[in-house]
Design a protein around this ligand. Sequence first.
Ligand SMILES: Nc1ncnc2c1ncn2[C@@H]1O[C@H](COP(=O)(O)OP(=O)(O)O)[C@@H](O)[C@H]1O
Ligand SMILES: [Mg+2]
Length: 854
Amino acid sequence: MEISRIRALRGPNLWSRHTSIEAIVSCTEAECDINALPEFEPRLRTRFPDIKFLEPAAGQPFSLAHALESAALCLQAQAGCPVTFSRSVATVEAGTYQVVVEYTEEQVGRLAFDLAEQLIRSALEDTPFDLESALKRLQELDEDIRLGPSTGSIVQAAVARGIPYRRLTEGSMVQFGWGSRQLRIQAAETGFTSAIAESIAQDKELTKTLLDAAGVPVPNGRSVSDAEDAWKAACEIGSPVVVKPRDGNQGKGVAVNMKTREDVLNAYAVAHAISEDVIVERYISGHDYRLLVVGTQLVAAARREPPQVTGDGEHNIAQLIEQVNRDPRRGDGHATSLTKIRLDDIARATLAKQGYTAESVPPKGVRVVLRNNANLSTGGTATDVTEDVHPDLAARAVEAAQMVGLDICGVDVVCETVIQPLEEQGGGIVEVNAAPGLRMHLQPSYGKGRAVGEAIISTMFKDGDDGRIPVVAVAGTNGKTTTVKLIAHLLTANSHRVGMTGTDGVYISGKRIDTGDCSGPRSARNVLMHPDVDAAVFETARGGVLREGLGFDRCNVAVVTNIGEGDHLGLNFITTVEDLAVVKRVIVQNVAPGGTAVLNAADPMVASMASVCPGSVTFFARDVHHPVMTMHRAQGRRVVYVDGDAIVAAEGRNAQRIPLADIPLTRGGTIGFQVENAMAAIGAAWGLGIDWDVVRKGLLSFVNDAQSAPGRFNLFSYKGATLIADYGHNPDAIQALVNAVESMPAKRRSVVISGAGDRRDIDLRRQTEILGDAFDSVVLYEDACQRGRAEGEVVGLLRDGLANAKRARSVKEIKGEFAAIDAALADLAEGDLCLILIDQVEEALAYIAEKVKQ
Ligand SMILES: Nc1ncnc2c1ncn2[C@@H]1O[C@H](COP(=O)(O)OP(=O)(O)O)[C@@H](O)[C@H]1O
Ligand SMILES: [Mg+2]
């Protein structure tokens, strides 16, 4: 068994909507059916008893590739990843399979494939395989990479509402929504969280001043300049007091319930070691509560208890900690609902203050606290008290968050009980936190978990807002780029700022921000990340779909123009036009439920994609009597077709007529393939709900760049053939023309060319070298200006360039530009394409225009 290529499909793909690893696996003949390897299965099952064999497709034997598939899926599932999809498909090459296995984290999926391969080999060779360590590696990697519980809860809530998300970092920075509708979070902070509010929350002194000003109870106190000043402040306030860093966190350097001068002086030194600025404030007796405010609501509250053990009169403190840590809910990090209690320097110091060491045996029933703060991450516990909070107390917490200006705020309250207002019990708010941890509310150690993620998402996105912008995907063999540009133009006419990708770059509101072939998922994702994009139109080439899947989870409109033989077959096991159709179908399979697929009814393979579309279908074809069109129309569904001199968009009894004369792209309907592209774009605009007046205006104002200037890609239609006139006369221009022309459909291709005498020999030859590989027939002519060259010299060089032509079979030599044009036109049949490289621009264009009229 050989694995020759591994890919991560990061979006909806050929096989499914799931993110998956795809591998090419070749098996020897014996390996194609494990029944031929009698020892293999029992050995595999001893090594991995829980492996489930996934049934191969009907009639196929179970191969080693299938065993690899089963192992890669089951290893991930055993490690706790929620994966279910996998498949192995035989390719046209005997013994070679495409093996596809879902993942939730790409790196975990890749590791699972590695380990699965090792497992298969160990079963083949009867060598040991350490299942336990394999699963542990997967689990650890997954825990390391996947989103933490706080961010994860927000993402889950978004997904439940259909809001797309994307991780921007390996950490907890996530984008929700697309383009101009996107919002970002980082853990429990949002794009709305003000940096100033965050700074205020960092400063406990300033926070208290502001809260006090808003009438929220806080422990009075002040900043102190040195140890003596701390004691002075303690005397002013009256003992007991709290000494703490002005900008600390996680309870570091906080000393509570300080009464004597000596205590206060020591506490100052400890706090000062953490921060330059130290504050002294009144000590409030009672419990620690954390109130979570999101927007203007209190959404959760928890009582927090510092890590502690209770004496049994037998075991020492170290042993008691060990006992507590045996609780399976206590993990090492943030992933579990509780964290292990650490017996470190802070714990030892806290014990010392209570007159203990780790070896002391506390009497039965005596509570020994190991830390002064109740953070879950240092071993504390949380009990949900959300339902107990007195409305006045809740109101104070919300006022505190508002005063500081935090949209998501963790409010630390010290008081005896939350069932009473703070004022009645002398309680107070000791600080507020930006980016509060959510774990204590999601999975409290005791009591009910709260839907905190949902609360955060619903303050970011109003009901019914899923953060999406309209997305159009266009696939097909010919006409993609024009269709994409026209749809983008119609959206622009509809006041959208459009992001557009295609084979010639990425455009944002008409400005090119990337060049080259940008028809893959990376460019699509870049557009969806851009803040100034209200709608997106993506040319979706098959390369990207095969390599990585789509760059979006679903689209509002999918357009498939046609499927031609012209595409390169043979790559990636795409050997037939049917295989190609399966690739282009992916965008149709991923139309949103309320969306539309715009399909060419005249192309049977495109028309048949209707059956996989989760949304509705609009068919287009020139001929409204095409059976697919007739049927669809009779069912009252949307069709777009040509009737006389207009394109008609009809649905039941309603119809819109748009005269071809008002769609300059089609040259009054004379350029057949542009009529097709216009119909496709009209179908897309209709699916997007753009007003018909806007569609008409947009169609009228759309000019293909190539059309606007005389001599630059001027298109004509002649007896059903397409003529392109251009004055390009150097190898680069000719290469660009060939590229442009290659994407246009044509039966036979011919070209008319002359050479100017002032060009280098090598350039003259190069021109026809390029053309000879792209055209079936070439007409050479000698133009007016030979600039000192001997008669026949230039044409001779052009002829030389055709010596090794891959395609050109017919070469004609004609004297005079008009005669050459006549000769080329005479050979044209319907569906052909002819490129005329003109010399005397105005005269030649006038001559062609006259010919076309006849
Ligand atoms: N004035 C106070 N009275 C009583 N306990 C306090 C007071 N200030 C702080 N504490 C205790 O110390 C803990 C940590 O203090 P806090 O101001 O919240 O700082 P941190 O930013 O380190 O969390 C609090 O959760 C509370 O238990
Ligand atoms: Mg705190």
